[in-house]
Write a protein that binds this ligand. Structure first.
Ligand code: IPM
Ligand code: MG
Length: 357
């Protein structure tokens, strides 16, 4: 079995946060004798600048022969005006598609010590532990599209098998948790959502009868995420709704910089692991980005692609311990605080906690 981790640093803060996550992975690999090796490859704007494509063939080949892929972020104002097919984001969408990574797991949890970093009241945040499953290779991101000078269109398409397979992943994961599923759609308006609700209802009824299932319209779900976040266990939804709802949900945790994700397919192919935040061009190169989302994505890589649950947990515990001990990056520091840590110094604290356990 391949032990190779391909690192796609990408753009903006991507190289800064992936470098720190790789330090953590190397430490854990030594300690748990995982024998991981690392290979860098190009994606996004960096790849476009170097070789003229946001997803070079060499990158796809490297990824296909890996155990798992750690990705930073893609995109930035530098590439805002280049032809659509060369945009950095296309590289990310294309690698997800090329590897068949249709299920994007985005866990959202809160730690009491960070309650002040969230815009929500602390009592609402108690017990929040949500796993959002976002469908990742269908919907409006991949449908037919077109553009003339005065008009444009994007189409949202879903097939029954695409909905079934992501609902099965959601159902399977919900069975290991609090056994509650919330399926999110816009079935009062969209045909794709009516199909989504029909298929989700059948899959959960026939294959996961032990689950409690609720269906919410996406506008209501956006509100309920703020009014009763602790009620949710597993949420499953289509591509664009999942993109939007998880940025919203990151405010429960306190910062976009905290949330990891895993993108998985079926079978034994590699998964792709990335923070949910973007390339943050406004702070790129300053050494102040929060590495937690990427470090926690590395933990998910160990869990889902390397069968190394104990190593995954040791990373998660070390990040939690660093936060509990008061280590803060700028995005989660108390207003006016001066003692926040840069990306590398924060990771040093995580590494110290890792070594101590
Ligand atoms: C995400 C990002 C991407 C997406 C962009 C960069 C294409 O926002 O992973 O959430 O929309 O999927
Ligand atoms: Mg997003």
């Amino acid at each position: 079995m391949s032990k190779k981790v391909v690192v796609l640093a990408g753009d903006g803060v991507g190289p800064e946060v992936t470098a720190e996550a790789v330090r953590v992975l190397k430490a854990v690999s030594t300690h748990h004798k995982l024998g991981l090796t690392f290979e860098d490859a190009l994606i996004g704007g960096a790849a476009y600048d170097a070789v003229g494509s946001p997803l070079p063939d060499a990158t796809v080949a490297a990824c296909k022969s890996s155990a798992g892929i750690l990705l930073g972020a893609v995109g930035g104002p530098k590439w805002a005006d280049i032809p659509v097919q060369h945009r950095p984001e296309q590289g990310l969408l294309a690698i997800r598609k090329a590897l068949g990574l249709f299920a994007n797991l985005r866990p959202v949890t809160t730690v009491p010590e960070l309650a002040a970093a969230s815009p929500l009241k602390a009592e609402k945040l108690k017990g929040v532990d949500i796993l959002v499953i976002r469908e990742l290779t269908g919907g409006i991101y991949f449908g037919k599209r077109g553009r003339t000078a005065q008009a444009a269109f994007d189409t949202c398409e879903y097939t029954t098998p695409e909905i079934e397979r992501v609902c099965r992943i959601a159902g399977t994961l919900a069975m290991t948790r609090r056994r509650k599923i919330t399926s999110v759609d816009k079935a009062n308006v969209l045909d794709t959502s009516r199909l989504w609700r029909e298929v989700a209802t059948r899959v959960f009824r026939d294959e996961f009868p032990q689950l409690t299932v609720e269906h919410l319209l996406v506008d209501a779900a956006a509100m309920h995420l703020l009014s009763r976040p602790a009620d949710f266990d597993v949420m499953v939804t289509e591509n664009m709704f999942g993109d939007i709802l998880t940025d919203e949900a990151s405010m429960l945790a306190g910062s976009m910089g905290l949330l990891p994700s895993a993108s998985l397919g079926t079978g034994s192919g590699p998964g792709l692991y990335e923070p949910i935040h973007g390339s943050a061009p406004d702070i790129a190169g300053q050494g102040v980005a929060n590495p937690c989302g990427t470090i926690l994505s590395a933990a998910m890589l160990l869990r889902y692609s390397c069968d190394a649950e104990a190593a995954a947990r040791s990373i998660e515990s070390a990040v939690a311990a660093a936060l509990q001990a008061g280590a803060r990056t700028r995005d989660i520091a108390a207003p006016g605080a001066r003692d926040w840590l840069g990306t590398t110094a924060f990771t040093d604290v995580v590494l110290r906690h890792l070594a101590a356990h």
